[in-house]
Design a protein around this ligand. Structure first.
Ligand code: SF4
Length: 479
């Protein structure tokens, strides 16, 4: 996989089966992270927590036994994707700690770009950290005596953070859900028919617990779920809110059934497909998607162009990546194991392949090779986002800039590399025209290099994970 999901969050207050509901909700958010999972619950006074490496089913393979140990009415859960160096049980979340005010468990989606700096400061004063993740620094900020004495300690602490964060805090008596002032990562509020409030990264989690979506946690807002119901406060002034929602969530990360940033992901992707058909028409016999994330855009392309849609690839959901040895021709083999070509769909045909994005390009080339081997007459590649040219510092693990296919290559070179008859990416304007919010409400930095939250280009994807520092060659960017 060229690009890795970030993390998924779920929280629920006041349900006898809160742990079980969190378990099922995390299953529905599994696409956002498969490397570790965990649930923390509270009985109102004491927090219990279970975390482990792997997917939700594996972490809770003890099933009812583990869930019954966590049987409490308040729960938060987390699925995590980590960078390679940060793949450790100590980084699994929720992160449970105890400070002078009692216990707190934290679950985080996003990346703090000033975590390393803050951590250095704390370590200089003798603080001990038990993980290498950026999230732990938040607990040290919470525990600082001068912060505890503030009228709203949590709001005060959040003002020290820079970067992307959707956060859930489980205190023994309540859940606090917060979203950074840019609203980079999604976070939404739901309510069950019994009047129980919950929060989740995506609305697909609400479907599993039979909750209705109410609204998003707003950028710069803290929402409290407690015995008094739901309450809200701001930790930044409204005039300082500048939305920069990650549009890649719509293009790739989020589940098609979810609503994020106020609209349905499948419908959004269909509009992307229709827009590419307008920008890059071609005479062809069949439109096929790269499943699953290219499927909705391929439907849109087919509807708009009138070219029949079909399934040229069938995806295997049972193949892990881990058993393929590095010595093997890994990428080609991974493609063959993961995607089987349906030969009659492509043989002798002019084929349009629609994918959500191209990052390194090596797996895409493998897919195109497989279609060519199956006898396709022509192959026309269509991509439902613009060429990815810059890294993400806000919670998405792209390869380094040097590894990105579109970095320093023009369309002719990309076409040649992929060995296709034509290539067409949606334009930035075209992509933004498919969104319902104004175009300046989205982050588009991985395409444009315009970072809404100032960063130093000398950071890279490992900067947030201590001891894994690898510097870019780039000059620092003045922002
Ligand atoms: S840089 Fe790209 S992936 Fe990262 S938050 Fe912005 S739009 Fe999303």
């Amino acid at each position: 996989m060229d690009k890795k999901e970030n993390c998924g969050l779920f929280g629920i207050f006041g349900d006898a089966d809160a742990a079980e509901k969190a378990f099922f909700a995390l299953h529905s958010l599994q696409h956002r992270g498969q490397e570790s999972a965990g649930i923390a619950t509270s009985n109102g006074q004491l927090i219990s927590c279970h975390t482990g490496m792997g997917q939700v089913g594996r972490v809770f393979r003890g099933g009812r036994d583990i869930l019954s140990m966590l049987k409490n009415p308040i729960a938060i859960g987390h699925v995590r994707y980590s960078t390679a160096g940060g793949r450790s049980i100590s980084n699994a979340q929720p992160l449970l700690c105890e400070y002078s005010r009692g216990q707190v468990a934290v679950a985080h989606n996003g990346n703090l770009i000033n975590a390393s700096l803050l951590r250095d400061e704390y370590e200089a004063y003798g603080h001990i950290f038990k993980s290498t993740s950026d999230t732990e620094v938040i607990i040290h900020l919470l525990a600082k005596p001068s912060h505890i004495s503030k009228p709203d300690p949590l709001g005060h602490v959040l003002n020290h953070l820079q970067g992307a964060y959707s956060l859930l805090f489980l205190f023994p008596d309540r859940i606090e859900a917060a979203r950074d002032p840019y609203g980079v990562r999604p976070l939404c509020i739901g309510k069950t028919k019994d009047g129980v409030f919950c929060v989740a990264s995506e609305t697909c989690a609400f479907d599993t617990v039979e909750a209705e979506y109410i609204r998003d946690v707003e950028p710069g807002e803290i929402v409290t779920l407690s015995k008094d119901g739901l309450s809200s406060r701001r930790f930044v002034k409204t005039e300082n809110i500048t939305p920069a929602h990650c549009i890649f969530e719509h293009v790739y990360f989020a589940k098609q059934s979810s609503y994020i940033f106020g609209e349905n992901v499948h419908e959004f992707r269909k509009r992307l497909g229709a827009q590419i058909a307008k920008e890059h028409p071609v005479e062809a016999d069949v439109v096929i998607p790269v499943p699953d994330s290219g499927t909705s855009a391929a439907v849109g392309y087919s509807h708009a162009s009138g070219i029949p849609f079909d399934m040229g690839f069938i995806r295997s959901h049972y193949v892990g990546r881990t058993f393929i040895s590095p010595e093997q021709n890994t990428r080609d083999l991974a493609v063959k194991l993961k995607l089987a070509v349906v030969k009659p769909v492509v043989k002798g045909k002019r084929v349009v392949i629609v994918d959500d994005s191209i990052v390194r390009g090596t797996t895409t080339r493998g897919k195109i090779h497989a279609i060519r081997q199956a006898g396709a007459k022509e192959i026309h590649m269509r991509v439902s986002c613009p060429p990815v040219r810059c890294p993400c510092f806000y919670g998405v693990d792209f390869p380094t800039k040097e590894e990105l296919l579109a970095n320093g290559r023009d369309m002719q070179q990309i076409k040649k590399f992929l060995e296709v008859d034509s290539i067409g990416y949606i334009s930035l304007e075209g992509m933004l025209s498919c969104a319902s919010l104004p175009k300046d409400h989205y982050c588009t930095a991985c395409w444009t290099g315009n970072y809404p939250i100032p960063v130093q280009m000398m950071m890279n994807k490992f900067t947030m994970e201590r001891y894994q520092m690898q510097l870019f060659d780039d000059e620092p960017v003045q922002l």
